[in-house]
Design a protein around this ligand. Structure first.
Ligand code: CO
Length: 279
């Protein structure tokens, strides 16, 4: 147990656009993704530097930790992040030794990693992020995209990743926690490959809203099957209730699903789906 390697260095910047001109434009670091991290009050750009990454962090508003850091210290190195194999075990050992961690429990990062920070007071003035990759079992997150909603949904298998994709679709439009699973609907779709299946699954779910006025918040993919050659078939269930403007906050409307930038990554114990919603 212990830290394994450097994962990334987090830099606080006033303007992502300006910082990217330097780090990407002049130094040539490749931009991997740009994301919004609401709970940290920031936008972040992830750049590749060999095996290590650079996280450029720009504050949104005045309240988040990055805004506070900039006000106090100006631009510069904000934290370093190291990989650990078991974040819970190392957190416990550190706490036993009297080391202070920032959060009581690890949080889920945009890529499904779990992370926490060692307080700089306990770490010789350095804010150290502990990061266990691929530890979050399932979930979804919104990656930044100029005009549309770009989603990453993931899970330990294809079925759970499809369920998370359904949740992400409706979480774009409303607060899922306000949608009670009162009505059950069956969904059956086909697709010539996983991408087509994902497209058709999301479109079928969206039609439940457009045609039947149903908001959905809970999804169960019962089976995904198909012959070696020939279309894949998906059977699933979804639960929700009729849209009620007094009860369900309206975020943005989804006009349609697109194939543009769609990506399916099937890793040994994890499936990642990326897709763009036309809003
Ligand atoms: Co970080």
């Amino acid at each position: 147990m212990g830290v394994e390697r450097l994962h990334h260095v987090g830099l606080a910047v006033r303007s992502l656009d300006e910082a990217l001109k330097f780090f990407s434009g002049l130094l040539g670091l490749e931009v991997e993704s740009t994301i919004v991290v609401e709970e940290q009050g920031m936008r972040a750009a992830w750049l590749k530097l060999g095996d290590v990454k650079v996280e450029l962090m720009e504050p949104i508003g005045e309240e988040g930790p990055v805004a506070k850091f900039l006000a106090k210290r100006g631009e510069g190195i904000h934290h370093i992040a190291v990989n650990v194999s078991d974040i819970n075990a190392i957190s416990e050992a550190l706490r036993e030794a009297g080391i202070k961690l920032v959060y009581d429990k690890p949080r889920v990062a945009h890529d499904g990693s779990l992370y926490n920070f060692i307080h700089p007071k306990s770490a010789h003035g350095v804010l150290i992020e502990l990061r266990q990759e691929g530890a979050a079992e399932r979930g979804f997150t919104f990656l930044e995209h100029t005009a549309d909603q770009y989603v990453l949904a993931y899970g330990p298998d294809l079925r759970s990743a499809f369920e998370e994709a359904g949740r992400a679709l409706f979480a774009t439009m409303t607060d899922l926690s306000t949608v009670e699973p009162k009505v059950e609907v069956e969904v059956e779709v086909e697709g010539e490959d996983v991408k087509a299946l994902l497209y058709n699954w999301l479109e079928a779910l969206l039609l439940k809203l457009d045609i039947d006025g149903l908001l959905l918040s809970k999804f169960k993919v019962l089976e995904i099957s198909g012959p070696k050659e020939g279309p894949l078939k998906l059977k699933g269930l979804a639960w929700g209730e009729p849209f009620n403007p007094a009860k369900h906050p309206q975020y943005v409307g989804v006009k349609g699903i697109t194939y543009h930038l769609m990506e399916v990554k099937e890793l040994p114990s994890r499936v990642e789906l990326r897709f763009l919603l036309d809003i």
